[in-house]
Design a protein around this ligand. Structure first.
Ligand code: ATP
Ligand code: MG
Length: 422
């Protein structure tokens, strides 16, 4: 028996419905904010992620799925969405669009070679937004509010928004020096990964999952004390707009995010749901004012987030939130004996006229067909027997009230229009 690859999963049954419902909610939410859908390839040249996400990040140094294609080009399955969207923004010259800022969203699978565990897969789905063309702190606040309002819309109550600022390049360079001076005499206390991070990217030590409980990390200098006036001001304005948007947040100096490209605002949304486990970050994002330039486009500020769908769905389950409507089926048709042709005809007629219809394909007994209709939560049942087949006048039973109606084929669409579509 061939099994699915490690770290992947199948979606079926009720989970399929929940997932599709969540996707529908995302689509209509993005219409409300006037964001445009963008889809980019599942694989890109490896260079894009090395340059965009950063060589020293966990994602690029340990987690990518790389392969050589048959033309010997080095390709990578996308580990995240931002680099591809930025590549597309540049390649399709969206920077010269008359509609500025360019507000985009994406949804799709991402691939990371991680150690599979609860909330951590090798193929997982992300919904994300990316906005290009404005440094305005309004946009940082808007992007955070999209994530929060989405969770609220779904009914998740126990969420916590952590925000921080990494400042501009000058602020970050000052902080980097401060961190180096601070950690230098204590290097032997840190894990092997952090020893490497110390040289290449000491900020990432703050983000280490392994060392996060060490006093030496808890007491490390905080970026907030190294922000220059401009960066401080930007961060303050983000907070003011979050207040305007009525978003609760906590300023958390330990949120530095795992990716290289962030500047100014960074944020994470956590699920505080009981029993969630340690992978409780639902969503992360921030501002990236130099990424477009790094990938080869004109200097363009950007801000966005990415959220994991699997962790969201577990949070919904733990909070007993059910998004799926059960009475989706309008009509269930029951053929008696061999009256299959007219049943098939009627099923099709009703379906192409806009109703959700199913029929018995298995020649069940009447009683088990009624059970089936109940299981499917059908609103109406139609029985097709000898008489109905000949007269084309059918008996329709309201499966909730048990009322019965005799309706001719000519009137049947009007009948259901009245009862179902209204
Ligand atoms: P973590 O710290 O949990 O590894 P990350 O910093 O690698 O997260 P991001 O790259 O910011 O995560 O991705 C944003 C969101 O995508 C995460 O908050 C999480 O919800 C989800 N996510 C990331 N990696 C995985 C994975 N391997 N499996 C499932 N969801 C994931
Ligand atoms: Mg990770």
């Amino acid at each position: 028996m061939i099994q699915k690859p490690k770290g992947t999963y199948d979606v079926y049954g009720k989970n399929g419905k929940t997932l599709l419902e969540t996707e529908n909610i995302i689509k209509s939410l993005m219409d409300k904010y006037n964001y445009e859908y963008v889809r980019t390839p599942l694989f890109e040249s490896s260079d894009l992620f090395h340059r965009g996400v950063g060589e020293t990040t966990d994602i690029v140094s340990k987690e990518t799925y790389d392969f050589l294609d048959r033309g010997n080009r080095s390709m990578t399955l996308r580990p995240e969405g931002t680099a591809g969207i930025v590549r597309s923004f540049i390649e399709n010259k969206m920077y010269s669009s008359v509609l500025q800022p360019v507000k985009t969203w994406y949804y799709g699978p991402m691939y990371r070679y991680e150690r599979p565990q609860s909330g951590r897969f090798r193929e997982f789905y992300q919904f994300g937004v990316e906005v290009f063309g404005t440094e305005s702190p309004i946009m940082d606040a808007e992007v955070i509010s999209i994530a929060v309002n989405f969770y609220k819309l779904l009914g998740l109550k126990e969420i916590k928004v952590n925000i921080n600022s990494l400042g501009d390049t000058e602020s970050r360079n000052n902080y980097r020096e401060a961190l180096k001076n601070y950690f230098k005499p204590h290097l032997e206390l840190l894990c092997d990964d952090c020893k490497k991070r110390f040289e290449k990217n000491p900020l990432r030590i703050i983000d280490c999952k392994y060392d996060s409980n060490l006093d030496i990390i808890k007491n490390a200098p905080k970026i907030i004390d190294y922000l220059n006036e401009e960066s401080k001001n930007h961060f303050l304005q983000v907070q003011e707009y979050l207040d305007t948007l009525e978003i609760d947040y906590i300023i958390n100096p330990n949120v530095v995010r795992g990716l290289d490209y962030y500047t100014h605002t960074v944020f994470e949304v956590e699920a505080n749901v009981k029993g969630f486990g340690s992978q409780n970050v639902l969503c992360g994002g921030g501002r990236y004012d130099s990424l477009v330039e790094t990938i080869g486009g004109p200097k363009t500020p950007g801000v966005g987030f990415a959220m994991g769908m699997e962790r969201l769905l577990s949070a919904l389950e733990l909070e007993n939130i059910d998004l799926v409507e059960t009475d989706n089926l309008d009509i269930y048709i029951i053929p008696i004996d061999d009256k299959l042709k007219y049943s098939v005809y009627l099923t099709n007629l009703l379906r192409i006229n806009g109703f959700n219809v199913d029929m018995d394909y298995l020649n069940r007994k009447l009683i088990s067909n009624f059970k089936q209709a109940d299981r499917m939560d059908a609103k109406f049942v139609i029985i097709i027997g000898e008489e109905e087949n000949n007269s084309k006048i059918v008996t329709i039973k309201n499966n909730k009230t048990k009322e019965e109606y005799k309706i001719s084929e000519e009137e049947i669409i009007d009948f259901f229009d009245k009862f179902i579509k209204e």
